[in-house]
Design a protein around this ligand. Structure first.
Ligand SMILES: Cc1cc2nc3c(=O)[nH]c(=O)nc-3n(C[C@H](O)[C@H](O)[C@H](O)COP(=O)(O)OP(=O)(O)OC[C@H]3O[C@@H](n4cnc5c(N)ncnc54)[C@H](O)[C@@H]3O)c2cc1C
Length: 443
């Protein structure tokens, strides 16, 4: 165990799925005292995008808080189903994928029986002195030997959009919060990834509130599906994360660029729903052209006109066009930003232009004592690959963090089998030529 003092061994900031996984796996480990803080009043998993029919992407139900590390943990999804008396009906329903709403329920259920989770508590400042972090939050202070950052990623939109944010120009994550009535309006959705697609699908499905026009803009060369195929899904397993961590920086960048559709492509069921809805609306119901789809287009500006919004777009072929809208939704993704509460110790943290410099145990390299660690979830896409923000690796990452914190193996991380021999693919290692061809690598 790292340096002891009277406070907690670990203070976790943010209670999203990542930190909740660590809390679940810490629950049976009585020798580690931990406390977690969350600014929301209760657990909420992106409530502004929690559409009733939205499905979990690229994951099976046992990519939950704990199963992939310890299936006997009491906070597994199966325990939740058992506790709710749903096991047989769940088994009989045979869902190919689970609804996000059910995982939200599951996460809330897990939160309800842990007594070290503090909601409605915003962390405002973290200081470090004499081997101890002092965490100042809206309800007081706490001290801990180690920190765990689980504050997630922040919605991102271009500056020209952000400065107009209001109830008719929003980021996708606010969609349900704003309770927009799109009926008869011109709605522009910017962004050709999963969030944009889910909103377009929603706009077209509810016929009682059908917009006059749904304009969907993507920078990509079409509205492209998620690559959910088996070899691609190897990117979402620990062996790939470890392989990626050992790659040279330029190679990591290249792989991230090439793998974008493995994490940010659109689920096939959502694409099909959009296509079929447009067919029904425009051809079967004869309502005329409702969908206006622009791929290979970049929105470059947004202006307010007297009673509507005007957007400038530039196409890949240099053609420019202006679009008019009553409601504009930016589904333009997320970025990791260093939490403001770290300001007093920011200078002590090692960073590059891509983000924190992390060690193998997901702690940030810093100039403070080596036995006081600042672990971080969901901030290592540049070092761990496209799966880092995803649910697939949260239990494994939590187990690595807990082992590091304890200074011994609490969770035995059995080396997982992979279809690829990743270690042979590392530059500098002898690489069998058949693997080079399979992976299309030139060394
Ligand atoms: C709409 C949506 C759907 C997704 N669906 C999937 C999916 O199906 N499968 C998948 O693998 N991945 C999915 N993802 C990606 C990923 O699983 C989620 O982003 C996940 O929520 C990440 O968990 P997290 O705990 O790291 O961060 P978050 O869920 O973002 O949680 C961070 C928490 O920290 C809190 N916080 C921030 N600052 C403070 C502070 N100063 N004090 C206290 N609390 C603070 C925030 O309020 C928040 O609750 C989805 C993402 C989105 C946006």
């Amino acid at each position: 165990m790292h340096q002891k003092h009277q406070g907690f061994d670990l203070a976790g900031i943010g209670i999203g799925p990542s930190n909740l996984s660590t809390a679940a796996l810490l629950d049976p480990i009585k020798e580690i005292g931990s406390i977690f803080f969350e600014n929301k009043k209760e657990f909420q998993w992106f409530p502004g995008m929690l559409f009733p029919d939205a499905l979990i992407q690229e994951t099976v139900y046992f990519k939950d808080l704990a199963t992939l590390v310890d299936p006997t943990n009491k906070y597994t999804f199966l325990s939740f189903l058992a506790n709710k008396g749903r096991l047989y009906r769940f088994a009989t329903a045979g869902f190919p994928r689970i609804r996000r709403a059910e995982f939200d329920q599951y996460y809330r259920w897990a939160c309800a029986s842990m007594d070290n989770l503090n909601f409605d508590t915003n962390v405002e400042e973290v200081r470090f002195r004499d081997g101890c972090f002092t965490i100042r939050h809206t309800k007081g202070t706490a001290t801990a030997s180690n920190l765990l950052l689980g504050t997630g990623r922040s919605p991102w939109a271009p500056d020209f959009a952000r400065r107009h944010f209001c109830n008719t120009v929003i980021h996708a994550t606010r969609y349900l919060n704003e309770d927009i009535d799109p009926k008869g309006k011109r709605v522009v959705v910017v962004g050709g990834g999963q969030s944009g697609a889910e909103i377009v699908s929603q706009l077209l499905t509810d016929r009682r509130r059908l917009p006059a026009e749904v304009c969907w803009i993507s920078r990509r060369p079409n509205f492209l599906p998620l690559d959910d195929s088996p070899f691609t899904n190897e990117y979402f397993a620990p062996p790939y994360s470890d392989y990626f961590f050992r790659l040279p920086e330029a190679e990591r960048r290249r792989q991230l660029r090439e793998q974008v559709l493995a994490s940010d492509g659109i689920s096939l069921n959502v694409l099909e729903n959009i296509y079929r809805s447009l067919y029904e609306i425009e051809l079967l119901e004869g309502r005329g052209r409702v969908g206006k789809l622009y791929f290979d287009h970049t929105v470059t500006d947004l202006r307010q006109r007297e009673d509507h919004w005007e957007l400038d777009c530039r196409a890949g072929n240099e053609i420019s066009r202006s679009l008019h809208a009553d409601v504009v939704i930016f589904a333009t993704g997320f970025e990791y930003t260093t939490p403001a509460f770290l300001e007093p110790i920011r200078e002590m943290l090692e960073t590059t232009k891509d983000g924190f410099v992390l060690q193998d145990d997901f702690s940030i390299r810093w100039t403070g004592p080596a036995n006081n660690k600042i672990y971080v979830h969901n901030a290592a896409r540049h070092l761990r690959g496209i799966a880092d923000p995803n649910l697939s690796l949260i239990a494994w990452r939590s187990a690595k963090i807990i082992n590091s914190l304890a200074g011994k193996t609490i969770y035995k991380l059995v080396e997982q089998s992979s279809a690829f021999d990743w270690q042979h693919l590392l530059p500098g290692d002898p690489v069998p030529s058949d693997l080079l061809i399979q992976y299309n690598i030139t060394l």
